[in-house]
Design a protein around this ligand. Structure first.
Ligand code: SF4
Ligand code: SF4
Length: 465
């Protein structure tokens, strides 16, 4: 593919997702809860996603016995914590723009026209909130939380399963006037294109009836039914918010991931998909080496990059993916850089040594808060600790909660992740969650330094700088 020539870098960066609609994000774990008889906190969820063939979620019901639903933090306090964090991110972004952006742009050979766009975006860009954790539909007052946050000027995403939209008509009706800007659902566990086609075309009542036949403990099997039901329900009710289907790429679906986007686009025009390789490094785990898996994954990465390049050539093309060219170039860089060490390449694609939120400033700008990861008995309410949902052993601040922190204190916590990680006995091995690596600044500052040269060569070959 040829090099892009443009006099409008801003359009190109936003088109390809290298700049995102927000310059920072907050991902609160809404369902951090107390655990009966234990000083550590648990996750409240109504699903049981425990499938060793795909993934085992730490929030699964059977791993959280004794969780106390009544202990969730009150909505008003949660909302204050979110807004404190939004303000803290704005401050941290400003400090990064004023003190560190120039150094980053020199190291990553970013042209001066692009530097100006990045600077302005960091200073003036929006901050979004991704309501997340367990199943957020379970909290009391979800609609009023969304309304409150939108009134306070933030973009609101809701990452959820959709179960309650399907099961609880009163809840669904209550949400009609309070929908988030984007709802993110999950379809990683659709077993085939044929099943996906059926889920998109069955009468809604039949979809519901089939869902009911699934064993309660099979969370992964339930979720595609709930997700597609919810997307269809939104379309039927004329709700215009964007729908994003998260799609973890694993051995069972990797050969038809992109075809899924085509099937979905036929039936659900408002849907885009967000595929990414399954991640396990944050749990200090890795899959046994599988040369065939790696080869197929690299082919898929190349196909996705090609789709981005076609989008650049023709911005009106029917592009059904969450655009993230920089992310896919980082994955491709790992395949090239470690071509002679394929085990290392495979591990990198599952996060190990790929990208770190905490090593360099600029990377960890999609900020999470939730469980403390330790003894939480001194806090009245659970959750609220700046850190990471996936790995609480590296950057999590188990001494403070965001609703009791000032924006200045939160910005200092964001800017001092590296120092906190140095206290960790076993720092996180890294990850490649696209929401967390979200824009080019975050992806590039956080990527393993061993990848930078290869990545920059790819970026230059594909988009000209
Ligand atoms: S619904 Fe989500 S949070 Fe709940 S168990 Fe399944 S994957 Fe985990
Ligand atoms: S690299 Fe950071 S964001 Fe990613 S899993 Fe580890 S601690 Fe969490």
């Amino acid at each position: 593919m040829g090099i892009v020539t443009t006099d409008n870098w801003s359009d190109l960066l936003f088109l390809t997702g290298m700049l995102y609609r927000a310059a920072g994000g907050v991902q609160p774990d809404l369902n951090a809860a107390k655990l009966r008889g234990s000083p550590t906190e648990a996750s409240l969820c109504d699903h049981n996603c425990l499938d060793p063939e795909t993934y085992c979620c730490p929030a699964a019901i059977t791993l959280n016995k004794g969780v106390m639903p009544g202990s969730l933090v009150p909505i008003d306090l949660l909302s204050d914590g979110i807004m404190n964090t939004v303000a803290g991110i704005r401050l941290a972004n400003r400090i990064f723009a004023e003190q560190h952006l120039q150094g980053y742009t020199q190291r990553f050979a970013v042209p001066s026209q692009v530097y100006k766009i990045l600077y302005s975006h960091l200073i003036n860009g929006a901050v979004e909130v991704n309501l997340f954790g367990g199943n957020p539909e379970m909290i009391k007052g979800l609609a009023s939380l969304i309304d409150n946050l939108k009134q306070r000027g933030v973009i609101v995403n809701l990452t959820t399963t959709g179960r309650r939209f399907m099961r609880d008509q009163k809840f669904a009706e209550s949400m009609i006037g309070s929908m988030p800007d984007l709802i993110a659902l999950s379809v990683d566990d659709v077993p085939s294109l044929q099943v996906l086609e059926e889920l998109c075309t069955l009468p809604m009542s039949a979809l519901h009836a089939r869902w009911k036949r699934i064993e309660w403990s099979k969370g992964q099997q339930q979720k595609p039914y709930e997700a597609i039901y919810t997307a269809r329900w939104m379309a039927e009710n004329g709700l215009s918010g964007q729908v994003l289907f998260n799609l973890v790429i694993h051995k069972q679906n990797m050969d038809f991931v992109l075809e899924m986007a085509e099937v979905l686009s036929t039936h659900l025009p408002q849907v885009i998909i967000n595929p990414y390789p399954e991640q396990n490094a944050f749990m200090y785990e890795s899959e046994p080496f599988d040369a065939d898996y790696l080869a197929r994954l690299e082919q898929l990465i190349e196909r996705v990059i090609t789709l981005h390049l076609e989008l650049i050539k023709n911005p009106t093309t029917n592009f059904r993916l969450a655009p993230r060219l920089h992310y896919w170039l980082m994955l491709k860089a790992a395949c090239i850089r470690w071509e002679e060490q394929p085990e290392k390449a495979q591990k990198a694609l599952s996060g190990h040594g790929l990208w770190y939120c905490y090593k360099k400033l600029g990377a960890g700008r999609y900020v999470q808060f939730g469980k403390s990861g330790g003894d939480a008995t001194k806090f009245m309410h659970p959750g609220g600790h700046l850190g990471c949902f996936w790995n609480s052993q590296t950057i999590t601040n188990n001494q403070k909660q965001v609703w009791a922190q000032s924006p200045q204190s939160i910005s200092q916590d964001i800017l001092s992740m590296n120092q906190r990680s140095q206290q960790a006995q076993s720092p996180c091995w890294g990850c490649g969650f696209p929401r967390l690596t979200f824009d080019m600044i975050s992806t590039e500052t956080g990527m393993n330094p061993e990848l930078v040269e290869t990545y920059l060569a790819l970026r230059k070959a594909h988009i000209g700088f």
